[in-house]
Each structure stands twice: as C-alpha cells, then as structure tokens.
Write a protein that binds this ligand. Structure first.
Ligand SMILES: O=C[C@H](O)[C@H](O)[C@H](O)COP(=O)(O)O
Length: 272
C-alpha cells in the first residue's frame, strides 16, 4: 500500500538516510512534490535507524519478519563494507537463520551466548506503554527467549502497528500450543477470555486445512478479541497456566526502544 508522505522535510530526511532517495540538488524546486513511500519502505527506514544502535563486537538478537529482514540485510551490508566487525548474531527463527547465514553473518545461540547486547525485531502491535503483540508471522517462542535475554530490545514498526490497547487491532493474538489435543487447549483459551468476546482459531497454512507448524513443531491458536482483555499481566499469567500452552505473543515490558516510521517521519520512543 502506498502511503502519502506530505511532511516532506521529515520524509525526505528519513528516506535519504536510508538510501531510498538521492539528496536533492541545491537548485531543485522550492516546493518539491510529496514523497510517496510504501509500507515496506517505511519498515526499511525504521530498520536502518535501529541498526544505528549496533556497535562492533556486539552479540545481536536477529528478529524475524518483513521489518526485521531489512535490519538483518543492513547488518550484513555493514559487515561486508567493514563498517561493523566481530558481530555474533542469534537468529530468532529458522528463516532468519537462513537469511543471516546467506549474508555471512557469524551465528551462534543462547547456549553459547546467554547474554545478548541488543536485539532488533518487528512487532504486530505496539501499545502506548510499549507492550507488544508478536507472532503473526509464526515466530514468537524463539523471539521471546532471545529478546528476553538481551540488554536492549529495539522494536521497529511502521505506524500502522500502533494500537490503543493490546488486541485493539482486532487482529490475531497468537498463542503457541502443543499439537496434542489442540482443540481442548483452544477451547480453554477461548473460555478464559469469554468476557472479551474472544474467538480462538487454529492457524492453518494459507489456502489449506493443514495446521501451521512452528519452528518448534508446535501449533498456533490465534485469539481474536472484541473488547480489551484488561490487565495484561493477569491475562498473561492465566494463559501460561494452561498446561498445553507453550508461550503467547504478548511481549510485556520487554521493549526498551520502539522506532516508528510514519507520515511525520521517524519517531523514537524509549521505555520510561
Ligand atoms: O512472527 C513474526 C514476528 O513476531 C514478527 O516480528 C512480527 O509478526 C512482525 O512482522 P512484520 O515485520 O512482518 O510485520
């Protein structure tokens, strides 16, 4: 989707920094036409901004998804150019592992590097307190392990991901569950949030009846809410108490910084 970008100065600055736009010459028109950036270009702007936090020698959590992909590409590029050195990446999914390996980024895991300096990842929802929903792309467990082990967690989104409250987009809040008796677990999840009008649906591969299988060979049940689920910590504890649940996609109080690329340019929010 093309997003009109009428605030030319902020947009131009962000786009030039990211290399999406060539700097205009001094003789160029005083009233340039509005820059039109796609949603993917906004993601790229946020990702490039986040990579500015990366320093040589860091152990890096490498996120998953269409936004994090840009950050991984950029890290690979800076390594190739010699502008970054001695980076160790900890991928949060098989897909990111493949991407990072193809770019020549040295890779490791939490067993060998239990402390991660910085993780960069996308999100599906961001609330005003910087709580997140993640996992609509199917990765959440490895992300939560790696991002829970990092000193700084920088989240990169375009402004469409901002919500007033978690679940407020009306889109899925994913829960990773074990395949054994998945209907039983899905029913229990739905009942847990009856008052919020919750509907629990097993995720399937697009256009097929087959259950979607995560990197950890689990299933995902997507929860859809009609209303707010109230206290997020209470909701999180209740979900995690169900025996068939492995992990959920609410990342509460984990993000230290959120970088948002939007109509007004780039906004950086830090955890208070
Ligand atoms: O499962 C996917 C991950 O949690 C992603 O980081 C999240 O879904 C955001 O993905 P995208 O950047 O593609 O919107």
């Amino acid at each position: 989707m093309a997003i009109p970008y009428p605030h030319f100065i902020a947009a131009e600055k962000a786009a030039i920094e990211t290399g999406l736009l060539a700097p205009s010459s001094p003789s160029s028109s005083l009233s340039p036409p509005p820059v039109i950036l796609t949603q993917d270009e906004l993601k790229k702007i946020a990702a490039y901004k986040a990579v500015e936090y990366v320093e040589s020698g860091m152990v890096l959590g490498l996120g998953t998804g269409s936004t994090a992909k840009h950050a991984v590409d950029r890290i690979g590029e800076l390594l190739r150019q010699g502008k970054l050195r001695d980076i160790v990446g900890i991928p949060t999914s098989k897909m990111t592992h493949e991407q990072a390996a193809s770019l020549g980024i040295p890779l490791s895991d939490l067993d060998s590097h239990p402390v991660v300096d910085l993780a960069i990842d996308g999100a599906d929802e961001v609330d005003p307190e910087l709580n997140l929903v993640k996992g609509r792309g199917g990765s959440l467990l490895r992300e939560k392990m790696v991002e829970g082990a990092c000193k700084k967690f920088v989240v990169i989104v375009d402004e469409s991901k901002l919500v007033k409250y978690i679940g407020g987009s009306g889109l899925a809040m994913p829960v990773e569950i074990i395949p054994f008796c998945w209907k039983f677990t899905a029913d229990r999840l739905q009942k847990l949030f009856e008052e919020a009008g919750c509907v629990a649906k097993l995720r399937t591969f697009p256009g097929k009846d087959e259950p979607f299988v995560t990197d950890n060979r689990n299933y995902i049940v997507d929860l859809y809410f009609k209303k707010s689920i109230g206290d997020l910590k209470v909701a999180s504890d209740a979900i995690l108490q169900l025996a068939g649940v492995v992990e959920h996609g609410m990342f509460l109080d984990m993000a230290t910084t959120v970088i948002i690329a939007g109509e007004l340019g780039v906004t950086v929010k830090h955890k208070r």
